[in-house]
Design a protein around this ligand. Sequence first.
Ligand SMILES: NC(=O)c1ccc[n+]([C@@H]2O[C@H](COP(=O)([O-])OP(=O)(O)OC[C@H]3O[C@@H](n4cnc5c(N)ncnc54)[C@H](O)[C@@H]3O)[C@@H](O)[C@H]2O)c1
Length: 338
Amino acid sequence: MSKYKAAVIGLGNIGLMYDFDEKRNHPSSHSLAYTDSDNFDLVFCVDSDVEKGKWLNKINHRAYFFRTIDEAIKCGYANDIDVVSVCTPPDTHFCILSELLEKKIGKVVFCEKPIALNSKEAKKIKEMVEQYNVKIIPNISRRWNVGLRKVKDTVQNQRYGKLEKINVRYTRGIYNTGSHLFDILEMWTGTEIESVEALDKTITTAEPEPTFSFFFKMRNGVTGYAEAINDEQYYMFEIDMFLTDGKIEMRNSGDDVRYFSRTSHHLFGDFMELKEVAHDGNLLADSCIMNAVDNISGWLKNGDSVLCSLENAIKPLYIAEALEKSFNLKQVVKVNYE
Ligand SMILES: NC(=O)c1ccc[n+]([C@@H]2O[C@H](COP(=O)([O-])OP(=O)(O)OC[C@H]3O[C@@H](n4cnc5c(N)ncnc54)[C@H](O)[C@@H]3O)[C@@H](O)[C@H]2O)c1
């Protein structure tokens, strides 16, 4: 069977370089995922930094390297690309997506999160998708993680009772980590964040985007609190969900999920306590990027349903904007999803 043709724009961390970090499980980048996939040929990559071409050559001898998309077009490699990954910084996404769509490069555009800088750009992207009839799949990577998707079923089947409260600790920005955080909360709870109240601003290496501590309320009445931690000290992404009959903890950015059940208290006769009953560990060894690339080829081949939608990437932008507004106005703000 002939393979699908792929291209990658941007060969920084997620585009390529993560796979030269010895601590990362392979593949962790778009370029290596296409290279290792039986379903794809990586035809070309683009980066404005010529040095990246040398690194690309270390994992794939056949893929061509260009400094601009136009160079790839002029050399005749861009016409019949099936999937093109956009792995450049967020402030370039709108411009590069527009260029790809207008020049009809790729049947599918697999774009890194955050999909755009703000909801205004995101709305224009939605309009362009309709105009050019192209599928845009955002990479909110945890959507493709099997262990983290299991949490969704566990919460929604009420295996540990009804969800009541959520606690979050996070670093690195309401747009950056926010795109993962807000999406995972919606994926797990099956409901949207209705309102937010920003409290403190915390230092982050993701600046200029802010990192706030904040309260939130979901449409089903569940309330939560997110504590922003200074990532100059350490990186953190943790979620606790308190349910009527137990608790679910996500630790280590999603590498570990621990399940706790309600049981009689080991010290006090009239109280109950929580006891760990299951632990799913090493979850991020399941290569999200490889699973995503498999899912995309399944969609191309068989029309499989895609696990992450454009809407999943746009909603976090609305929540981040509500947080900024709340911080400036010093009041609770309803998230405007329109
Ligand atoms: N899904 C995830 O878990 C995940 C993880 C890391 C990064 N990301 C996202 O991926 C995107 C890139 O992040 P990164 O850390 O890889 O960035 P990076 O700065 O490491 O790499 C960006 C690369 O794009 C190149 N570039 C910039 N503008 C360009 C242009 N106009 N044309 C061609 N090349 C250009 C740069 O030279 C650089 O090599 C961001 O949106 C980030 O949020 C997502």
